[in-house]
Design a protein around this ligand. Structure first.
Ligand code: CA
Ligand code: CA
Length: 145
């Protein structure tokens, strides 16, 4: 078992994937989670790199969101594509960050991710409501680095 896989049990991973599915029922936005142990790069730079590595910049409305977590570094970044940034205020992700932070502080890593995903979905819903012709443009699986 790699270090990264040790952070989440199989069951917890499924709960996170389910949360993404639920969140994406309300919004056309696409949410992905990337987990790794640590990064030597600045976490903001690294999240951008992962965003492109996962080809998350290829959605129709440019409304994908990456939740990047470096578990050992105790850092996370929420990175949204430009379609989102064009229509939301700068502090748009603060409520989602707070929700995640509160769970992480209590040591509940899985619940932090689940709650963050659901919150991100709610926040996106207002600007990018789910549409009848919606496609699941990006995989809901967790990416591990
Ligand atoms: Ca979609
Ligand atoms: Ca998806």
């Amino acid at each position: 078992m790699s270090k990264v896989e040790a952070f989440l049990s199989q069951e917890e991973e499924q709960e996170i994937i389910s949360a993404i599915r639920v969140a994406e029922k309300n919004t056309s936005g696409e949410i992905r989670v990337h987990i790794e142990a640590t990064s030597e790069k600045n976490h903001d730079d690294r999240s951008l790199e992962v965003f492109h590595m996962l080809k998350m910049n290829n959605t129709k409305d440019e409304n994908a969101v990456l939740i990047y977590v470096a578990v050992k570094d105790k850092k996370f970044v929420i990175y949204g594509d430009k379609g989102i940034n064009e229509v939301v205020p700068d502090d748009f992700w603060n409520t989602t960050k707070d929700v995640m932070q509160n769970h992480f502080k209590l040591g509940d890593f899985k619940q932090g991710l689940v709650a963050g995903i659901l919150k991100a979905g709610e926040e996106l819903q207002e600007h990018f409501p789910w549409q009848i012709d919606d496609e699941d443009e990006l995989s809901n699986e967790i990416s591990k680095g």
